[in-house]
Design a protein around this ligand. Structure first.
Ligand code: ADP
Ligand code: MG
Length: 221
């Protein structure tokens, strides 16, 4: 599903180059779920951005279902993201001027993959049925993040990349969001790469990796 090959990333800083990723190799099988852990500043978001083709590595490559994204122009990369990837971030990034229903189907519409039954199913599963005509500002934080997850899954991606998706939620809302995320991932057969600080969240996933000093290590079950 996803292969990261010798991925290296350095940021220039006034103090000199900051080596964030130092030859990362990672292989994620279809349907596999993986937790990515590591201290703040260890490069987790950088890794996820590279995997999504939102940033380019200094060296190495990212293969999405065998397709090298380094070889693609940005418009083709954006199209690949719309078609194959779901992205969820700590900030919800909903469109304030669009209703719940329109936010949910936004990516699917852009990808030409709208599926009304699946969208209705997602809204119900996410506890958002009946809120179709509301706007994001009329939702709680937990509801907004559930909507962002629904939007990411509405186009039936093969891989969901989630960067601390519950970082802005209180513990109760976070638990609910993560349980739903796991269930929907299993239901749809989508692979998952989830950045999280929580051992409790990482526990039920297939694998857990730890990012430290630019390298990945298996963190055990
Ligand atoms: P994490 O998500 O694990 O907290 P990040 O990937 O956001 O880590 O950042 C890794 C390191 O790279 C941090 O020290 C951060 O300050 C630095 N960094 C991130 N983006 C940039 C950038 N655009 N320019 C310079 N330094 C950056
Ligand atoms: Mg981060």
């Amino acid at each position: 599903m996803l292969q990261l090959i010798n991925l290296t990333k350095t940021y220039p800083t006034p103090q000199g180059p900051l080596h964030v990723l130092d030859g990362i190799d990672l292989h994620l099988a279809p349907g596999e779920s993986l937790a990515l852990m590591g201290e703040s500043g260890s490069g987790k978001s950088t890794l996820l951005h590279l995997a999504a083709g939102l940033d380019t590595p200094d060296r190495g490559d990212v293969l999405l279902e065998g397709q090298s994204i380094a070889a693609l122009s940005e418009p083709r990369r954006a199209e690949l993201r719309r078609q194959r990837l779901g992205l969820v971030f700590q900030q919800f990034h909903l469109v304030p001027s669009l209703s719940v229903a329109d936010n949910l189907t936004l990516q699917a519409r852009l990808a030409g993959r709208e599926d009304v039954d699946w969208a209705q199913h997602l809204l119900a599963r996410l506890g958002l049925a009946g809120l179709n005509d509301r706007y994001p500002e009329q939702l709680s934080g937990g509801q907004q993040q559930r909507l962002a997850i629904g939007r990411a899954l509405a186009a039936r991606p093969r891989l969901l990349l989630a960067d601390e998706p519950t970082g802005n939620l209180d513990e109760a809302a976070a638990d609910q969001v993560l349980d739903l995320l796991r269930e929907l991932i299993e239901e749809s057969g989508c692979a998952l790469l989830l950045v999280t600080h929580s051992v409790r969240v990482a526990g039920p996933l297939d694998r857990c990796l730890h990012l430290q000093r630019g390298r990945l290590a298996e963190a055990g079950p």
